[in-house]
Design a protein around this ligand. Structure first.
Ligand code: B1M
Length: 233
């Protein structure tokens, strides 16, 4: 009886309480609760992007902070990541729904040695939502795989993601390989991931560092515009 009284009915919470509860549920890796929370917020008229940023990404930030501080460990973080992905899977079709003509094509992947893919997936979704075609190479991507996909797909943009300070230098390996093959300037190279910054992006020879998925979309759009203008001139 006492247990029943303690049970939280997500749909009975107001928006603020529900988002707070979702942060807790994400922290605890409760996949089904996250899926339910996402659905409730959507039913209440929340825009998919708002659900994504306020309920999921903000919740993951708390997980990340406690992981950094040694309060959470890999197994718990994996559960949280799975719950986050389940929420993202509901949002994905809504974010990518677009009748717009294709803006361009992007090849994206997390670099060699790195298995973090939530941020990369999010960027892919948002790019698709903005009308780009996205070829996702997944995690642990080698230079050769990026280059082969760029050429095969006749892509416009290369997107690379890295979440570890030990894997981010690999982005330079990829760009240097493109340079040595004389194809660097054929593509727009965008990089992102939590440990990067603008200075790093410049230092490795990328066209731009993108702080988050929304910035990646805006940056990609503006580079594509420039590209088209140059092609027309
Ligand atoms: Co990892 N991990 N992890 N981890 N993990 C971090 C990155 C860490 C910062 C945690 C910490 O200490 N606070 C730390 C790195 C420290 C460092 O390098 N200085 C760390 C570590 C150490 C590790 C392991 C080494 C732990 C271990 O085994 N001892 C290990 C590494 C494994 C490997 O890759 N070889 C590891 C493993 C894992 C899990 C498997 C448990 C899991 C990943 C699950 C998965 O992705 N499928 C995991 C997670 C979840 C994290 C944290 C908690 C969250 C990352 C995340 O998904 N964030 C992370 C802590 C943190 O980042 N604060 C951490 C949410 C996501 C939406 O944000 O990925 O930043 P983010 O993406 C953003 C932007 O960065 C940007 O846009 C996105 C959306 O706005 N962006 C791009 C990202 N990529 C882009 C590409 C672009 C543009 C923008 O291209 C154009």
């Amino acid at each position: 009886m006492a247990e029943e009284e303690d049970e939280i009915i997500l749909s009975e919470l107001d928006d603020e309480e529900l988002v707070e509860q979702m942060h807790d549920d994400l922290y605890d890796g409760l996949k089904e609760e996250i899926e339910e929370g996402v659905r409730i917020l959507l039913e209440r008229g929340w825009a998919p992007y708002r659900v994504l940023t306020e309920a999921l990404v903000a919740g993951m930030k708390i997980v990340g902070d406690d992981f950094r501080d040694g309060i959470l460990f890999v197994p718990e973080v994996l559960l949280a990541a799975n719950a986050m992905k389940a929420g993202m899977a509901i949002l994905r079709p809504l974010l990518v729904e677009t009748g717009a003509p294709k803006m361009g094509k992007m090849v994206i992947g997390t670099v060699k040695g790195d298995i973090h893919d939530i941020g990369k997936n999010l960027v892919g979704m948002m790019m698709e939502g903005a009308g780009f075609e996205v070829i996702d190479l997944g995690i642990n991507t080698e230079a050769e795989e990026y280059i082969e996909a760029l050429e095969r797909e006749k892509a416009d943009i290369l997107g690379m993601s890295a979440l570890l300070t030990t894997t981010m230098p690999y982005m330079k390996v990829v760009i240097d390989e493109m340079k040595s093959r004389g194809i660097r300037d054929d593509y727009i190279v965008l990089v992102g991931g939590a440990p990067l910054n603008e200075e790093f992006g410049k230092a490795i020879g990328a066209d731009a560092y993108c702080r988050d998925a929304a910035v990646a979309v805006e940056t990609a759009k503006s580079f594509m515009k420039r590209r088209h203008n140059m092609a027309e001139a």
